[in-house]
Design a protein around this ligand. Structure first.
Ligand code: GLY
Length: 431
């Protein structure tokens, strides 16, 4: 099967690594990919926001299957473009329709969807410039903290948890009046704050059936102890110790089933991955957000734990036969630690040589590239999140320690990573 994977981050390197192991794959193209994906397949310099460029490539290379890594092309309707273009209609496409991708592309859409299908989530109201004054009054009588979310895509930065009314009103004004996140914050969702502990749950669906992938927990803040600015993710662990069978049963019955059934009932086409960003409040799961793709860096622990052939699963999803598929999962724990560049997440430096990447690591560890590039036969930094080190272990602590040992031998100017990933789950907490 001739496969085209879209994207260039750590998530896509983990997917490419897995796809490359399948007997079905021949060849694997990654657009645009990174130096890590180049070891799993053939990188192609396509602009994945240019649908016509993707069309030409798929026709020229007789692509059989397209897998979308990031959300933007999906929110912009790449699935619909394939279905509306005669030469592309037969290609197996992993990713939802534009309507399905609205679960991520519009927070207001997602909240209304959850309300319609009785899926547990925080209470909310939405505001635009048209009801701005109502919004100010709503904020002033709302208990603290208050969660403000830009409605549209904002590169993971569109959610602000405000601890004071001054902060909430200033943020509200910045988002709506001053377009802090451009079009994305013309509408703002104001949500109740839910106290609890977060986890990420993933399913692959054919629109009717679904399989639940291993769950994960990511660590979004830059500083150890979950302090400081939000980032795209500094590490992740899987499994999540509090995701017991009892808790996961609640997740499936209260959240996953009603979501898949809701999409089906509303006639929204959805084939591919769905990401449930959840919070456990006193043992009950609530949805914080949906994403129409796999998470990053969660993919770097979820996919290595998946023993089932990923291409086979994707074929089953496109054939609406996921009820006949099954998942096998590695029982070991996995942890990934993200190495970032100096300055991240407010900005970052790039162009520094990375040394030690070719070290001889045991079979229990994998390195996934993200913001790297090849420059005169050297691998140099090219982004805020540079690469991840994923390791397996008997438990989370063991897996984290193995990744930390490897990170001791890799270096670039300004390297930073969190040594406390998985801290809540360690036998010997380091905090
Ligand atoms: N790790 C969260 C995300 O991928 O959005």
């Amino acid at each position: 099967m001739r496969i085209l994977l879209l994207g260039s981050g750590g998530r896509e390197h983990a997917l490419a690594w897995k796809l490359n192991q399948s007997v079905w794959t021949n060849p694997l193209y990654i657009a645009p990919g990174n130096p890590g994906t180049a070891k799993c397949g053939i990188n192609v310099q396509l602009d994945i926001s240019d649908f016509d460029e993707i069309r030409k490539f798929c026709i020229d290379e007789k692509i059989d299957m397209v897998i979308a890594g990031p959300e933007e092309p999906l929110v912009n309707g790449l699935y619909d473009y394939f279905k509306a273009t005669e030469e592309l209609q037969q290609i197996y496409f992993i990713g939802p329709s534009k309507a399905g991708a609205q679960l991520e592309g519009s927070k207001a859409f997602a909240k209304a969807f959850m309300y319609r299908h009785n899926i547990p989530t925080a209470k909310f109201k939405e505001f635009t410039i048209d009801n701005y004054e109502d919004g100010l009054r709503y904020l002033q009588q709302h208990p603290l903290p208050i969660v403000l979310k830009a409605d549209g895509l904002a590169a993971g930065k569109g959610v602000v948890i405000c601890q004071s009314y001054v902060e909430a009103i200033a943020e509200f004004e910045l988002m709506i009046q001053q377009a802090k996140f451009g079009e994305a914050s013309k509408k703002v969702v104001v949500e109740d704050f839910l106290p609890g502990i977060e986890l990420s749950v993933f399913a692959i669906t054919d629109g009717r059936n679904y399989l639940i992938l291993p769950e994960a927990k990511d660590y979004k803040r830059i500083g150890e102890g979950d302090k400081g600015l939000m980032t795209g993710g500094m590490g992740a662990v899987s499994p999540v110790p509090f995701a017991t069978p009892g808790f996961m049963h609640k997740v499936e019955e209260r959240i996953i089933k009603p979501t898949i059934n809701g999409l089906f009932k509303e006639g929204i086409e959805y084939t591919g991955f769905i990401f449930f960003g959840l919070i456990s409040v006193n043992g009950d799961p609530y949805v914080i957000e949906y994403n129409c793709r796999l998470g990053d860096p969660e993919t770097e622990v979820v996919i290595p734990r998946l023993e089932t052939d990923l291409v086979g699963l994707c074929i089953a999803a496109t054939q609406k036969e996921l009820d006949k598929a099954e998942l096998r999962v590695d029982k070991r724990a996995a942890a990934t630690i993200v190495a970032t560049s100096r300055g991240y997440p407010t900005g970052y430096e790039k162009g520094y040589e990375i040394t030690g990447l070719d070290g001889r690591f045991g079979k229990q560890s994998l390195i996934f590239h993200a913001g790297t590039k090849e420059d005169e036969k050297k691998i140099v930094t090219n982004g805020g999140r540079v690469f991840c080190v994923t390791s397996f272990g008997e438990d989370i602590e063991d897996a984290v320690n193995t990744s930390l040992d490897i990170l001791d031998h890799i270096n670039f100017d300004g390297i930073y990573y969190r040594a406390d990933i998985g801290f809540e789950f360690k036998k010997t907490p380091n905090l």
